[in-house]
Ligand binder design. Structure first.
Ligand SMILES: [Cu+2]
Length: 180
């Protein structure tokens, strides 16, 4: 338990690397003051004009998944295939409203990449003490890839294992980075 009598400011960072050959890369800065967490993320190379679900995941092995995490051999590390590495969703990095795991696939409340494929995100919200205490062991994961390069999410790579009404492209990880 961390005492919050004098509220200290703790700064964390994560370098977000491409998963699934997404060509996306970014950086995140997280500032924790008591139970208030400010998350800033700048990522380039995401699918332009499409929403990108993004979460704080933890705790699996506390690392980003390697290509060998693709256990079904379809060439894509899906979100569940990555889970042994980065764990389940702890925080949904939405733009408005709820930030709990309940909003994991609230596609209408996640940032939409610009026409240049840029996501520039900033939000301050309340975090659980367990998340605050473990921050430096958690992963940030951004989702949404374009396997067939047609500029949008479609069912060319099949349905999402998380929700068959969504394409796999919409939920597969695009970037991952460990917070430190
Ligand atoms: Cu996620």
């Amino acid at each position: 338990m961390r005492a919050h009598l004098n509220i200290e400011q703790l700064v964390f960072r994560a370098a977000l690397s491409a998963l699934n050959n997404s060509a996306a890369r970014g950086r995140a800065e997280l500032v924790l003051e008591g139970d208030q967490l400010t998350v800033r993320i700048t990522t380039n190379g995401l699918v332009p004009g499409q929403p990108h679900a993004q979460h704080i995941h933890g705790i699996g092995r506390s690392e980003c998944p390697p290509p060998s995490a693709d256990t079904d051999g379809d060439g894509i590390v899906s979100t569940p295939e990555g889970q042994p590495f980065y764990g389940p969703i702890l925080v949904s990095l939405t733009t408005t409203g709820d930030t709990s795991p309940d909003s994991a696939l609230a596609i209408e409340r996640f940032p939409v990449a610009s026409e240049e494929g840029l996501v520039d995100y900033e939000r301050t919200f309340t975090v659980d003490e367990s998340v605050a205490d473990d921050l430096a062991r958690l992963q940030i994961v951004q989702h949404g890839i374009d396997v067939n390069g047609n500029g949008m999410y479609d069912f060319s790579a099949g349905p999402s294992p998380l929700d068959p009404d969504l394409p796999l492209e919409a939920t597969a990880p695009a970037t991952c980075g460990t917070i430190d």
